[in-house]
Design a protein. Structure first.
Length: 216
């Protein structure tokens, strides 16, 4: 009997005689029972954390209605030069804002995560709405704070390293352009967390305390 067998049993991956063997071991051993209970709590926390990030079912849209509305609301298209200037200006402005906010929060553009992600990891509590949404926070086995997050173009797990956040696990974002991602993305992320976490995930009060201490 080992931890992997207990976790597989809790996850419903064992059947028949093997499942019965683990069930009996858990029933007769307080340590194995505590491990099984801990894994169940973790699964419940993961489910609660990641469920709000799941994308809703796609809306059924009438293409005829879309074309009709588009024709009714059509306006002259701006010149290519204007579009390039506007797009470039918006990108430049967002980068400048991200740079100043990140520097003010004690991070740096070279810290391993994009500026908007770093701002969310620094400032947001789990479940807060925003372009980047934090799902779960915990300490890893080295005592560092780590946070699981989802954004439109990038998702993953980042851990605090000095004054920066460093990516430890990377997955596709949740934008429509990334619909090709595998259905098991969140399950793989939960598995990654299980391999990193020490103890239990942080609750909201613990997150707020860590945030006020600048995640140190």
């Amino acid at each position: 009997m080992d931890e992997a067998a207990i976790i597989a049993w809790v996850d419903g991956e064992l059947t028949g005689a093997e499942a019965a063997r683990v069930e009996a071991a858990v029933a007769n051993d307080a340590d194995w029972r505590a491990l099984a209970d801990r894994h169940r709590r973790m699964k419940a926390r993961f489910a609660a954390a990641f469920a709000p990030l799941a994308r809703p079912p796609a809306e059924v849209i009438s293409l005829a209605d879309v074309r009709a509305r588009r024709a009714a609301n059509a306006v002259p298209a701006p010149s290519q030069g204007w579009r390039r200037w506007a797009a470039g200006g918006a990108i430049a402005a967002s980068l400048v804002v991200g740079l100043f906010v990140l520097q003010d929060r004690g991070g740096s553009p070279g810290g391993g995560v994009p500026a908007p992600v770093a701002v969310a990891l620094n400032d947001q509590l789990s479940g807060d709405a925003g372009p980047v949404r934090v799902a779960l926070s915990f300490r890893d086995r080295k005592g560092q704070y780590c946070r699981s997050f989802t954004g439109d173009t990038l998702s993953g797990i980042a851990c605090r390293a000095g004054t920066d956040w460093q990516m430890r696990y990377t997955a596709p974002g949740s934008a429509p352009a990334t619909d090709y991602r595998m259905a098991g993305t969140d399950g793989a992320r939960a598995t990654a967390i299980m391999g990193m976490i020490a103890g239990e995930p942080l609750d909201r009060a613990q997150e707020d305390s860590a945030r006020r201490a600048n995640w140190r």
